[in-house]
Design a binder for this molecule. Sequence first.
Ligand code: NAD
Ligand code: UD1
Length: 307
Amino acid sequence: MAEFLVTGGAGFIGSNLVDALLAAGHGVRVLDNLSMGKRSNLPLDNPRLRFIEGDVADAEVVAQAVAGCAGVAHLAAVASVQASVDDPVSTHQSNFIGTLNVCEAMRQHGVRRVVYASSAAIYGNNGEGVAIDEATAKAPLTPYASDKLAGEHYLDFYRRQHGLEPAVFRFFNIFGPRQDPSSPYSGVISIFTQRAQQGLPISVFGDGEQTRDFFYVGDLVMLLMQGLLSEQVVSDPLNVGWSQAVSLNQLLAEIGVLCGGLPPVTHLPARAGDIRHSRADNARLQAHYHMPEQTPLREGLRQLLGV
Ligand code: NAD
Ligand code: UD1
């Protein structure tokens, strides 16, 4: 039985991937420091799952977790862009040093395949208003984006020098069950759906006409599985989005339909540095991966809301 390591596996995307790996009969190790992740996201009673509470910034812990595994999904990071703006030094430990530790541990232990969670944030405001392809000039505007882009470069170095096989995905806006809504910087869908269900007022930063390319976590997991398990992977980074722009106002209308109405919606000034329009060109992803059937936004929201 092949055993895979999922760093950040107690978090939103990671725990959904863990479920899929276990369902496919694999063994899974999770390395997570529980800064955002939760034990309750994991089926801890499954004998094929081993949970290691530890930090990816600790090289020794990472080396132990990597030794003997068949491949790594490296998802551990502080996912909030704003957290990196507030505390670049500490988030750099998780978001960059963690990635370097994973690369080095894989080199030491001869593990080759790694799936890496990069981000559309590396494009900054470039490509705004058009579908962003992978060749779009990189313009990381925050420590979060700089760390993600640096991680891509290091993975490429370890590929050329040491034979690592990175599958690099630049996620656009992922949503779905287990995305934690508890911080003001959590993903917008997790915040809006929770507040709509609880009847609490909703704040929109700006006029609500900004757009995002929302991608359901269940669909993402099918791509991550291919990245981990397929015979060969393309080493070039690939955008993960549906190339569909949805405005926050459209999103709210959908949530209103599913919840039978909305609580009061207030408009506040736009967030500094907020990207106005973000939409992926996914032609390269389509060329190299078997695309899942798209879970429509309304269906994904239904799953999330349990309606
Ligand atoms: P999340 O916060 O739910 O998951 C991240 C997990 O990593 C958490 O369980 C957290 O406890 C863990 N973690 C953080 N720092 C750690 C450390 N130093 N050592 C060990 N564990 C640590 O967020 P998510 O949305 O599931 O994000 C998963 C990955 O995808 C992250 O790398 C994030 O940057 C990336 N990403 C997410 C999105 C999105 O829309 N959600 C978009 C682009 C990229
Ligand atoms: C998201 C991800 C980031 C990823 C990027 C890639 C999260 C928390 N952030 O950033 O990790 O790298 O996509 O595309 O998952 N908004 C409101 N009201 C709210 C909350 C948000 O109006 O209460 C607005 C924001 O100002 C923004 C939009 O909603 O215009 C989306 O915000 P958010 O969900 O935080 O995502 P991104 O900033 O796009």
